[in-house]
Design a protein around this ligand. Structure first.
Ligand code: ASP
Ligand code: MG
Length: 409
């Protein structure tokens, strides 16, 4: 007996039938004698539909109002799931993020969870009730509703699991686990039995949509045992844990990719200490996520700087740079959209030199030009043309023999 947090994504609650199936999964866990907390996403494509609705009425929807709108999606699901459980004879209660005590920083659209006040949830669990919490949302100290960024329900569930010292957090989704790459695009991708927090964190950060990166960060920091599995198929999922033996000496365990990347290049900076920190401080203050950064010097002793951002941040970034041009010492800047990031990930890279070299060779052999590179101990990322993204990922998946991963089904 223990506390289990179950999270069901949009497809797992997409219609009445799916909700009934989800309710069965919740009941199974409860019947094992566990205390169950459930986190749900909005039904199906609800969040996307709400975003389009907002875009039809405003070219730049106010961020506060956007959070107000998007948080309604999850509120529909919690009440339906609770009702269905009550109908089956179980005692259940639904809570929005703010009712559940999920306190976030005061940032709309991408807030981080600061604290979870769990008293209320705990008192319900003590009474034997199943608690259903709306994912993806919280409240600021001032009482404003915030959302955690797209895919943020994962983070709600892991953060709740950490705060409640749950025995396990199970993320139910529409795939059977974490794959070596996205099986929708890479047909010979294989499910992994287990993956380390660090590898999963890189995968999630580098565009593998299966888990929200912040959820993995929480899981790692608080050692939350995490499992990703299918809500429909009853097969073992993927376990995410501290250390994982390198299967079959696989140095690379995953290939991730992400489109909609923009490269910004700033020209004419004076060499010096201040301007770099000034530029990135101002971008950080505006919550612009900067990814790969490359700095170089030109013959006339000026610095030029390239960095990558998401396409969605292009307008804000360009506005900020333009407005602060003189103060930041920028001569001019250029932007290039239509790019993508393709990355290889694996803990085994730490002790195996030559992995990056092999990656570059594979891309070169296939005529794919690399525009930017960044590396960490356990990953190598390249920025390529968006049109080449899937081909690059497939070539790398083949070259590193990821289809040889052993299956557990
Ligand atoms: N409903 C939100 C989204 O679609 C949050 C989530 O599903 O995790 O992004
Ligand atoms: Mg998701």
């Amino acid at each position: 007996m223990g506390i289990i947090v179950q999270k069901f994504g949009g497809t797992s609650v997409g219609n009445v039938e799916r909700i009934k199936n989800t309710v069965n999964r919740i009941i199974e866990e409860k019947e094992k004698g566990n205390d169950v907390v459930v986190v749900v996403s909005a039904m199906g494509k609800t969040t996307d539909q709400l975003v389009s609705l907002a875009n039809e009425l405003s070219s730049y929807p106010a961020k506060r109002e956007m959070d107000m709108l998007l948080s309604t999606g999850e509120q529909v699901t919690i009440s339906l799931v609770a009702m269905a459980l009550i109908d089956r004879g179980y005692d259940a209660v639904s809570y929005t993020g703010w009712q559940a005590g999920i306190v976030t920083e005061a940032v709309h659209g991408n807030a981080r969870i600061l604290e979870i006040r769990t008293d209320k949830i705990k008192s319900h669990l003590e009474k034997g009730q199943i608690v259903i919490v709306a994912g993806f949302q919280g409240v600021t100290e001032e009482g404003e509703i915030t959302t955690l960024g797209r895919g943020g329900s994962d983070t709600t569930s892991v953060a709740l699991a950490a705060a409640l010292h749950a025995d396990r957090c199970i993320i139910f989704t529409d795939v059977t686990g974490v794959f070596t790459s996205d099986p929708r695009y890479i047909p010979n991708a294989r499910k992994l039995q287990a993956i380390s927090y660090d590898e999963m964190l890189e995968l999630a950060n580098l565009g593998a949509g299966v888990l929200h990166a912040r959820a993995v960060e929480f899981a790692k920091n608080f050692s939350v045992p995490l499992e990703v599995c299918s809500s429909l198929e009853k097969v073992e999922g993927t376990f995410i844990e501290e250390e994982v033996a390198v299967e079959k000496n696989l140095i690379v365990r995953g290939v991730a990719f992400e489109d909609a990347i923009t490269r910004v290049t700033i020209f004419g900076l004076e060499n010096g200490f201040r301007n770099l920190s000034d530029i990135f401080t101002i971008l950080a203050d505006h919550h612009i996520d900067v990814d790969i950064i490359i700095q170089n010097q030109t013959a006339d002793n000026k610095t030029y700087l390239s960095f990558s951002i998401k396409d969605k941040d292009l307008k804000d970034t360009a506005d900020i740079l333009e407005f602060n041009k003189a103060r930041l010492g920028i001569d001019h800047f250029e932007t290039e959209t239509g790019l993508a990031k393709v990355s290889i990930i694996g803990s085994g890279m730490v002790s195996n030199p030559g992995v990056a070299a092999k990656m570059f060779q594979v891309l070169a052999d296939n005529g794919i030009a690399i525009k930017m590179i960044s590396t960490s101990e356990i990953k190598v990322s390249t920025v390529v043309d968006e049109k080449e993204m899937i081909r690059a990922a497939q070539c790398l998946h083949n070259a590193f023999e990821l289809d040889a991963v052993e299956q557990n089904i």
